[in-house]
Ligand binder design. Structure first.
Ligand code: FAD
Length: 404
């Protein structure tokens, strides 16, 4: 809570806290009760609608599009107060946090008017259809293809993977290849896809945490209207970069609200009389606390820049890497101190221990983000790239001859 609020921000914090105090009883629990996933999902949608009515969803969205027109500091205040109130935040973090801002930046007026309201209120959940089996880190290599017909409609074929929330999404934002005869970044377009359209098949992938948040999604001759394109044909890469920027920001700054705080991690360690005097445990906790503190002040610097209207630079990639690594180190330490009980279903740590390692890949892997920082912040020489300037359709032949 140490944001050093200005008087206006302190007043805003009180307003948010009061709203949450009044409505806390209407909130669903933080996690779904066993075997009740459908009802829980419905309750989370309703709760998102209430948060939106109370002005606690879409905080940074423009007022004319249903948001509050406030800055990222107010968003962090909302995240912190929701965390402290012990209630869930919005269900559709991907939609409201990443895909909505992409539509706001690149969508047509019709697309914004049709989609942003239902997205904000949780009536229509969205998913991000970017990654494919052979295009994750190398996202510009996507092979799902959309072909334009004489009638002005597109026909989509291909497969996506790791699509969070696709199992209950109404719409997805999908990156597809629309021209294979130009270099790979140039032949991409972004589409809005109706997840209930004929030819869309969604299959769940169960994770170690027991949940199936991810999916594989298949597209077989799915017809898309001409006005499904977001940001113009051939401009898909630029549109995708907007989404990725918001994704890193959501994960990196999200830690302020998600509870990645040293004091929270220290609590189970302090409760153990042996661990609290063990020099190795103390050293590990000290290192984690130092990382989280550095991260917090880096986040404040980013927030100040954002509040002043600047766009987050490539250095924000480091916030994501440090957040995730520190949180994993902390939960590893807790598992060492608490022992196997930390993985017991009743333990508050079981979910975090099994879920956090996945975040190493989500939003860009550590290797890729470190490469970005090396090249674009430190000015190190770029990685050798075999595909520069070569039409996508010729890449496979080029790769084959390079490895022959
Ligand atoms: C929790 C979670 C949620 C996700 N949700 C979504 C979603 O909703 N929608 C979506 O589209 N995607 C989603 N993803 C997918 C995510 O974007 C990808 O996992 C990520 O981009 C990495 O791609 P990949 O898994 O294919 O790994 P790969 O790209 O195959 O990488 C495998 C390994 O090789 C390394 N590597 C690859 N290239 C290089 C290089 N040039 N130099 C050095 N090392 C390299 C990587 O760092 C990694 O360690 C999600 C992933 C997770 C874990």
């Amino acid at each position: 809570m140490d944001l050093n609020d200005t008087p206006e921000q302190a007043a805003y914090r009180i307003q948010v806290r009061e709203w949450l105090g009044e409505h806390r009883e209407e909130a669903p629990p933080l996690r779904a009760p066993e075997g009740d996933e459908e009802a829980y999902l419905a309750a989370r949608r309703t709760w998102q609608g209430k948060l939106a009515e109370g002005g606690l969803a879409g905080v940074v969205w423009p007022k004319e599009l249903g948001g509050q027109g406030l800055g990222p500091i107010e968003q962090v205040i909302v995240n912190q107060e929701i965390g402290d109130a012990g209630v869930p935040g919005i269900l559709d973090v991907i939609g409201v946090g990443m895909l909505g801002p992409t539509l706001i930046a690149h969508g047509s007026d019709e697309q914004k008017n049709r989609h942003l309201g239902p997205m904000l209120h949780g009536d229509e959940v969205w998913c991000q259809l970017f990654s494919e089996p052979a295009a994750g880190s190398d996202l510009a290599g996507v092979q799902s293809r959309a072909k334009l017909g004489d009638d002005g409609r597109w026909t989509l074929n291909g497969q996506k993977v790791w699509t969070t929330n696709a199992q209950f999404s109404s719409y997805g934002l999908l990156l597809a290849r629309t021209d294979a005869d130009v270099p790979k970044h140039k032949g991409l377009s972004m589409f809005i896809v109706d997840m209930n359209a004929p030819g869309v098949t969604t299959r769940g992938l169960r994770q170690i945490s027991g949940e199936a948040e991810f999916n594989e999604v298949f597209f077989d001759d799915v017809v898309l209207e001409g006005d499904a394109v977001v940001g113009g044909v051939g401009n898909g890469w630029g549109t995708a970069l907007t989404t990725l920027m918001f994704e890193r920001l959501t994960i990196g700054l999200g830690s302020e609200g998600l509870g990645y705080r040293a004091d929270r991690f220290a609590a189970p360690i302090a409760a153990d009389p042996n661990a609290r005097v063990d020099p190795d445990v103390r050293k590990r906790l000290g290192e984690i606390a130092a990382d989280l503190l550095a991260l917090r002040f880096t986040a404040y610097r980013t927030l100040t820049a954002l509040q002043g209207g600047q766009i987050p630079g490539p250095e924000s990639a480091l916030a994501k890497v440090t957040t995730v690594n520190a949180a994993i180190a902390a939960t590893d330490l807790i598992a060492d101190v608490v022992g196997p009980e930390a993985l017991d279903e009743s333990s508050e740590w079981a979910y975090a221990i099994s879920f956090l390692p996945g975040l190493k890949s989500a939003g860009g892997t550590e290797e890729i983000l470190r490469n970005t920082v090396g090249e674009r912040v430190l000015g190190l020489p770029p990685e050798p790239r075999l595909d520069k300037g070569i039409p996508f359709s010729e890449l496979r032949a080029k790769e084959r001859s390079a490895t022959a």
